[in-house]
Design a protein around this ligand. Structure first.
Ligand SMILES: Cc1cc2nc3c(=O)[nH]c(=O)nc-3n(C[C@H](O)[C@H](O)[C@H](O)COP(=O)(O)OP(=O)(O)OC[C@H]3O[C@@H](n4cnc5c(N)ncnc54)[C@H](O)[C@@H]3O)c2cc1C
Length: 457
């Protein structure tokens, strides 16, 4: 069919942007009309359906995407239901000949995409998929012996050699479309019924414009000194791009292009820029690991940890609740857990300390912490969350050695020396209002004994 008669559906998922969106670019290049669609399918993510904070973010992000599309003459067509039924129905309503999308890397999504591609092709509908989310897709990198990477430094070396160039596709000015009826965004029920998330939006602006503003602010005020400042939770020297990256409101290629531009203009110290890019490298590493080890959201990568003597759930329920509520009596941990309640996000240094306290001092399985973060974080991301928890618990790829146990009091002294962060989020903490739920020295020893026992097996 000639281009002037062709219509293509662009199936948006977690690529909620118009800039540097290869599926959209390809659709516009090959068809006269493009119909942007979003399918709300409760089963699409298997056991890892988005948590409450993620859903709240998604609501605002879809609204923002629809706004961007409307500014270009199109609309986001939202439909509820099973993807394998909804997409073919939309194709026939639109008179489309093809469906284009950008790839995802979670096991449930990989299986689902394979299924939907087969379903569509069987009905004579063409499909094409693209990479919008990563500098290098997981299947393209491997060690010399052809195995996946399990250590970050060689992974980073290999990735650095194949980084994309500095040009990215800009957002289209117009999107010629065919109007189709849409379900109302509110009918998806993404927003909480009681507005516990209302405070979040003082801290965040979901959507592509918010993401680009955030990157610019980071460039202006955060990147200089990033290498040291990134560890201090009271400091603004980090990008806070994680939820925007998770939902694909901005892509890593765009970020790379902006950073390379700043480097070329001598606007930022080289060491800070490189360190920031390396952190984005950890995000790529996390996707590499999840793709090659799809069992890791629930199973330790290091099989020795399958036998680890964690406490039993009936014994730790009260401690888990205290941790979730930010009532452990350990100031930095409580401040972090309350920052999470208030904003849907937590600083990386504090994530590490809070996760270490849960897994080592409280000897609660890391999977409990990962599930809580999954529900509470606006940036909850299966790859990054799995890597983070397994790294702290000592059972993942390139993990912190198990015997290196963070002391949360020393961590606070080192990284929050003026106590600003703790005062901001947990002003009552440290004043002896709550007795610590764990004796730090005794529980540290208990964790070391448990580890020694695991290693002897
Ligand atoms: C226990 C634990 C759980 C975590 N869960 C998540 C999660 O669910 N989602 C998530 O995006 N990050 C997670 N992280 C990683 C990290 O804490 C966040 O990415 C970071 O705090 C986001 O803040 P930022 O955007 O300001 O980061 P910046 O320092 O500005 O870094 C820029 C980007 O690089 C990526 N990045 C940075 N550090 C890491 C890292 N250690 N691992 C993977 N990617 C990284 C993120 O995409 C981040 O937005 C977790 C870390 C730990 C220790």
């Amino acid at each position: 069919m000639e281009k002037e008669h062709r219509c293509v559906l662009v199936w948006f998922r977690r690529d909620l942007r118009l800039t540097d969106n290869p599926a959209l670019t390809a659709a516009l290049a090959s068809a006269a009309t493009v119909v942007p669609v979003y399918v709300h399918d409760a089963d699409a993510d298997g056991a890892w359906a988005p948590g409450a904070a993620s859903r709240a973010w998604l609501h605002h992000s879809l609204k923002a995407l629809d706004g961007e599309l409307q500014g270009r003459g199109a609309r986001l067509v939202i439909r509820r239901g099973a993807t394998r039924e909804v997409l073919p129905a939309l194709v026939s309503e639109a008179g489309a000949t093809a469906v284009f999308w950008n790839r995802l890397y979670e096991p449930a999504r990989i299986a689902g995409d394979r299924d939907i591609a087969q379903t569509l092709r069987r009905s004579g509908i063409a499909t094409a998929s693209f990479n919008a989310a990563l500098w290098a897709e997981p299947s393209t990198l491997g060690t010399a012996s052809g195995t996946p990477y399990r250590v970050f430094t060689p992974f980073w070396r290999a990735l650095s050699a194949v980084l994309p160039g500095p040009t990215v596709e800009s957002a289209p000015e117009q999107i010629p479309t065919r109007a189709l009826p849409s379900d109302a965004l509110d009918s998806l029920g993404l927003q909480p019924r009681i507005g516990w998330d209302l405070g979040f939006w003082r801290h965040w602006q979901p959507g592509e414009t918010g993401a680009i503003t955030r990157l610019q602010t980071f460039l202006d005020t955060g990147l200089r000194g990033y290498r040291e400042r990134r560890d201090r939770p009271a400091d603004a020297g980090i990008s806070r791009l994680s939820p925007h990256l998770h939902f694909g409101e901005i892509g890593p290629r765009q970020i790379l292009a902006v950073i390379r531009g700043a480097q070329a203009g001598d606007q930022v110290p080289e060491a800070d820029a490189e360190h920031f890019l390396r952190e984005l490298g950890w995000r790529e590493f996390a996707h590499h690991l999840l793709f090659h080890y799809p069992q890791t959201p629930t199973q330790p990568l290091d099989p020795a940890f399958a036998q680890f003597p964690w406490r039993k759930s009936r014994d730790y329920a009260d401690d888990l609740r205290a941790w979730q509520r930010g009532e452990t009596g350990v100031p930095l941990v409580d401040a972090g857990m309350r920052e999470l309640w208030a904003t849907g996000w937590m600083h990386n240094r504090v994530r590490m300390v809070a996760a270490s306290f849960l897994t080592k001092n409280l000897l609660i399985p890391w999977q409990e912490g990962a599930r809580w973060f999954w529900d509470a974080l606006v940036d909850a991301d299966l790859a990054n969350n799995t890597l983070g928890w397994q790294w702290v618990a000592g059972c993942g790829a390139d993990a912190a050695p198990y015997f290196r146990i963070f002391n949360p009091l020393l961590q606070a002294r080192k990284f929050d020396p003026g106590g600003d962060y703790v005062r901001r989020w947990a002003p009552d903490a440290g004043r002896g209002v709550v007795d610590p739920v764990a004796d730090l020295a005794a529980t540290r020893q208990r964790a070391l004994d448990a580890y020694a026992q695991t290693r002897r097996r």
